[in-house]
Design a protein around this ligand. Structure first.
Ligand code: HEM
Length: 165
């Protein structure tokens, strides 16, 4: 399982783990926005966001350590058998382009999340209620939501192109 992952494709365990985490995070994130927007459950929203932030941080850090240090980069996972590489030529270039698109979202998301979270924790009272920070927070909050959803969708797209198609 650790050699090949658990989703049944020829990826690594940590790749499967991070893909699963990215998919699982999206409904929880949407639920958190629903709670704050329609239920005015501000405290629950804050706690869910902190939980999501920590989950993302742990998942992505473990993933990066495994990918960069243990495997020595994504190419070694995709083409782990140099005798018969999975991706070559044009297909390889297309998948590499998909990865670059994914990285735009994957790198901006933690930055945006840290700013959104940091400012919210500093500027909203505890327990949180709407106030002078609301306008900026809503803008940053929606941008963060869009960014994480885009990270998830482009990540899945990359995974599909690299390991399933
Ligand atoms: C990265 C983490 C977070 C994201 C992505 C996020 C996202 C959002 C979004 C999209 C909204 C607007 C919903 C709407 O359209 O009405 C919102 C509202 C709100 N959030 Fe967050 N949030 C985060 C963290 C936090 C934290 C840590 C707190 C508290 C310390 C907080 C407190 C609030 C409050 C009080 C509102 C309501 C603002 C109002 O209606 O005036 N959020 N959040």
């Amino acid at each position: 399982m650790f050699e090949h992952g658990f989703l049944g494709y020829d990826a690594s365990f940590m790749l499967d783990f991070v893909v699963t985490a990215l998919v699982a995070i999206v409904p929880v994130q949407l639920f958190s926005v629903y709670l704050v927007k329609y239920r005015h459950a501000f405290l629950l929203h804050r706690n869910l966001q902190i939980f999501l932030g920590i989950t993302l941080l742990v998942a992505v850090t473990a993933f990066e350590v495994d990918m960069q240090w243990v495997h020595g980069g994504w190419k070694n996972i995709v083409n782990k058998n140099p005798e018969s590489p999975r991706l070559t030529g044009e297909t390889f270039a297309q998948v590499q382009m998909l990865l670059r698109i994914h990285l735009v979202f994957a790198i901006s998301t933690p930055v945006l999340w840290a700013v959104t979270m940091g400012l919210a924790l500093k500027r909203f009272p505890s327990p949180p209620v709407p106030g002078r920070h609301s306008k900026l927070h809503k803008t940053l909050g929606w941008l963060s939501v869009i960014d994480i959803v885009a990270t998830s969708l482009t990540g899945l797209w990359f995974y599909y192109a690299a390991f399933i198609a």
